[in-house]
Design a protein around this ligand. Structure first.
Ligand code: C5P
Length: 402
């Protein structure tokens, strides 16, 4: 298998943590150099006990970095900027725990902290350690933040036992690295607007109408598109989530505020992904004082329609601009989604069932049917919202090149 076109000239940091699989990382570094990548090795103190830095210096043709206070002051910051990918091979229980908890006390952890490049961890350890719920929780937390993991293989471990925890085969690692390097530039040059979350429509100074949207789908889309190199503007209603790193952010409350922010920024966008669950109705009157309940058994509210943002975008979209909508329904999902696709002049609609517990507004996972203007329908399997986001972005790229 030849990867040279993908690796040549790419700046890759290989971080080595202190596990017995450190010796296997030597072969990985050697291969990356043969493929003409610029490889910078960083070793932890424990890693130096397993393999001599000289081995890695000779294989990478560069001095190995280890000591934050001796090797090139501020080197980790410059290096973190230049790196296109950081591969931690092997990643130990301790190193994964440190990064997950924001600890950065050596060259490798500070470089990871200072970098915006994708980071790929290759955990390799005894299976009891790999399956330990603490490690698994740390891994999940990092994955939520966009860090990547290549699963270890099952087989004979250093202890002589069989189990899950072996350092993967070199070809498997190279394939994973190639895929990340290729993806990280897929959306370079794209300006994308993503909306997320619910809107809140005020009734009085205390009360509001809203919906169950958590914002997870939109935030995952923003994160995935950013990781692939796009410039992102995330416009979100109130959620408990942190905007992903590197993303411009505007927080709004009502459908009206979301409309203003979206329409103002729409002309500059190559694509707009309307994942927000915009309220369809708002109280026709917004009371200046809190509505009193005393003496009232019933309260009759009059609601009026909010502006349909996506409809307005569809009517004014500029040539080449892609518009992607979302439809969540309890019944007749495909038919209703198809009607919205046509009415709002969309290039793609992502249809979600509202009747499942493992998908929809508050879930970590989602299941979607993608529907295109030519009538084509594609059913995607249940997956994390981040994985689903990558699928949607791939389809979006396909629409641009079609
Ligand atoms: O018509 P419906 O609300 O089901 O359509 C859903 C799609 O339209 C979503 O992409 C949502 O963000 C968008 N929408 C909008 N403005 C509204 C209501 C929905 O942009 N007022």
């Amino acid at each position: 298998m030849k990867h040279s076109s993908q690796f040549a000239g790419r700046t890759i940091i290989v971080g080595i943590a202190g596990g017995i699989a450190a010796y296997k990382a030597a072969a990985l570094v050697s291969r990356l150099r043969q493929e003409e990548a610029q490889v910078q090795v960083i070793m932890t103190r424990a890693a130096r006990r397993f393999v001599s830095p000289l081995t890695f210096a000779a294989l990478s043709h560069r001095p190995v970095l280890s000591d934050l206070f001796r090797d090139e002051p501020l080197g980790h910051v410059n290096l973190a900027h230049r790196a296109e990918l950081i591969v931690v091979a092997p990643a130990t229980y301790d190193l994964i725990g440190k990064v997950a908890h924001g600890l950065a006390d050596d060259y490798l952890t500070t470089t990871i902290a200072a970098s915006r490049a994708p980071v790929l961890f290759l955990p390799a350890m005894e299976s009891q350690m790999y399956e330990n719920p603490i490690l698994q929780a740390n891994k999940r937390a990092l994955e939520e933040l966009g860090y990547r993991f290549l699963a270890p293989e099952r087989g004979r471990l250093a202890s002589g036992r069989e189990g899950l925890g072996r350092f993967p085969e070199r070809e498997t690692i190279l394939k994973a690295i190639a895929a990340i390097l290729q993806e990280s530039a897929l959306l370079t040059g794209w300006q994308i607007l993503v909306t997320a979350g619910p809107t809140r429509e005020r009734l009085d100074p205390m009360r509001c109408l809203s919906n169950r949207s958590s914002g997870r789908m939109g935030y995952a889309l923003a994160r995935a598109a950013r990781e692939w190199g796009a410039e992102i503007l995330l416009i979100s209603g109130p959620t408990t989530l942190q905007p992903p790193p590197g993303v411009s952010f505007i927080g709004v409350e009502s459908a009206e505020e979301m409309k203003d922010a979206v329409l103002k920024n729409a002309p500059a966008q190559d694509a707009i992904l309307m994942a927000a669950a915009v309220a369809d109705w708002r109280p026709a009157r917004r009371e200046a004082k809190k509505i009193s309940k005393s003496g009232q058994d019933k309260l009759v509210l009059t609601l009026e329609r909010t502006p349909d943002i996506l409809q307005a975008l569809g009517e004014n979209k500029h040539p080449g601009q892609l518009l992607i909508g979302f439809a969540a329904e309890t019944d007749e999902l495909a038919a209703k989604a198809r009607a919205k696709l046509t009415a709002k002049h969309l290039d793609l609609i992502v249809a979600n069932e509202l009747t499942r517990g493992d998908a929809g507004p508050e879930a970590e996972t989602n299941i979607a049917t993608l529907i295109y203007p030519d009538g084509k329908e594609e059913n995607l399997p249940l997956q994390s919202k981040l994985a689903l986001s990558r699928e949607i972005l791939r389809r979006m790229l396909g629409l641009r090149s079609a």
